[in-house]
Write a protein that binds this ligand. Structure first.
Ligand code: PGA
Length: 254
C-alpha cells in the first residue's frame, strides 16, 4: 500500500510564535479528530523547523519538512541551508523544485536533480514538484513539459533511491489562484506520471510511489480529488495556514 501524505507548505508566512501556535493546534486537532491513515507534514519556513519539530514529536503521524535546501553539503555558500542542518533541526521531508523556486529563483531540472541527491544522501525524503504553466497546458505541450521535469530531476536515481521520493503534481495555473484542476484533469496527469515511473523503474515502484496533487486544494474539493485512484494526498498552500481548514483537508483522506 502506498503512503497517503497531506503536507502543508506555509511558504513565507507566519512568524515563529504564530507558527508554533499553528503547529500545536494542528497536532491537537489531528489527535482528536483524525483516525485515518495519512501522514501529515508541516512545512514551515526554515527558522521554525526546529520548534515545530519539537511540538509534533509526540504525534506518530505528524512530521516536519523544509521548503528548499542547498545542493551542497557545507562550505562557503552564504545564505544557504544544507540537508544535514535540516535533518538536525528535525525535518523529514524537503520540497524540491516548487514552481515558485523554478519561476522566481531560476531553479532548473539539472540543479534540482543535485538537490534531490543531497536530500537522499541525508536519508530524508524529497517532495519533487512538477507542473505546467497555463500557456503550456493551453498549447497542449504539458505532458512533454512534465516528462522532461520528471526525467531530468529523477531518472538518474536507482531503485532504492526513487522509492524514497514523493512526487507532487502542481499545475502552476492552479497555485494560489483558487482554480483547482478538475479531478479528471489531475487524475489524467497522475496516471501519466505513474506510467513514466513504471517505464523507468518498474510497476512495483510505480505502484508504491506517492503522488500528491497541489494547487488550490481546499476542504470542499479535497474529498473528490482524493477519490481518484492515482491521487495520494495533497501539497496544500493557502489552506494550510489555518488549522481548521488544513485539518478538514486531512480528514477528507480516509
Ligand atoms: P495553494 O498552494 O494551495 O495556495 O494553491 C499550493 C502550493 O504552492 O504548494
Amino acid at each position: 500500500m502506498r503512503k497517503k501524505i497531506i503536507a502543508g507548505n506555509w511558504k513565507m508566512n507566519k512568524n515563529l510564535e504564530e507558527g508554533m501556535a499553528l503547529a500545536s493546534e494542528v497536532v491537537n486537532m489531528v489527535k482528536d479528530e483524525y483516525q485515518g491513515s495519512a501522514e501529515v507534514v508541516l512545512i514551515p519556513p526554515f527558522t521554525h523547523i526546529s520548534a515545530v519539530s519539537k511540538i509534533i514529536s509526540d504525534a506518530s503521524n505528524v512530521f516536519s519538512g523544509a521548503q528548499n535546501c542547498s545542493n551542497h553539503a557545507s562550505g562557503a555558500y552564504t545564505g544557504e541551508i544544507s540537508t544535514e542542518m535540516l535533518k538536525s533541526a528535525g525535518a523529514s521531508y524537503i520540497i524540491i523544485g516548487h514552481s515558485e523556486r523554478r519561476q522566481y529563483f531560476g531553479e532548473h531540472n539539472d540543479w534540482l536533480a543535485k538537490k534531490v541527491d543531497a536530500v537522499l544522501g541525508s536519508g530524508l525524503n524529497p517532495i519533487y514538484c512538477c507542473g505546467e504553466t497555463l500557456e503550456e497546458r493551453e498549447s497542449n505541450v504539458h505532458f512533454g513539459v512534465l516528462e522532461t521535469q520528471i526525467k531530468e530531476g529523477l531518472f538518474h536515481l536507482n531503485e532504492s533511491q526513487i522509492a524514497q521520493v514523493v512526487i507532487a503534481y502542481e499545475p502552476v495555473w492552479a497555485i494560489g489562484t483558487g482554480k483547482t484542476a478538475s479531478t479528471a484533469q489531475a487524475q489524467e496527469v497522475h496516471a501519466f506520471l505513474r506510467n513514466l515511473i513504471s517505464n523507468q523503474f518498474g510497476s512495483n515502484i510505480a505502484n508504491n510511489i506517492t503522488i500528491q496533487y497541489g494547487g488550490s486544494v481546499k476542504a470542499d474539493n479535497a474529498k473528490e480529488l482524493f477519490s481518484a485512484p492515482d491521487i495520494d494526498g495533497a501539497l496544500v498552500g493557502g489552506a494550510a495556514l489555518q488549522s481548521r481548514s488544513f485539518v478538514d483537508i486531512i480528514k477528507a483522506m480516509a
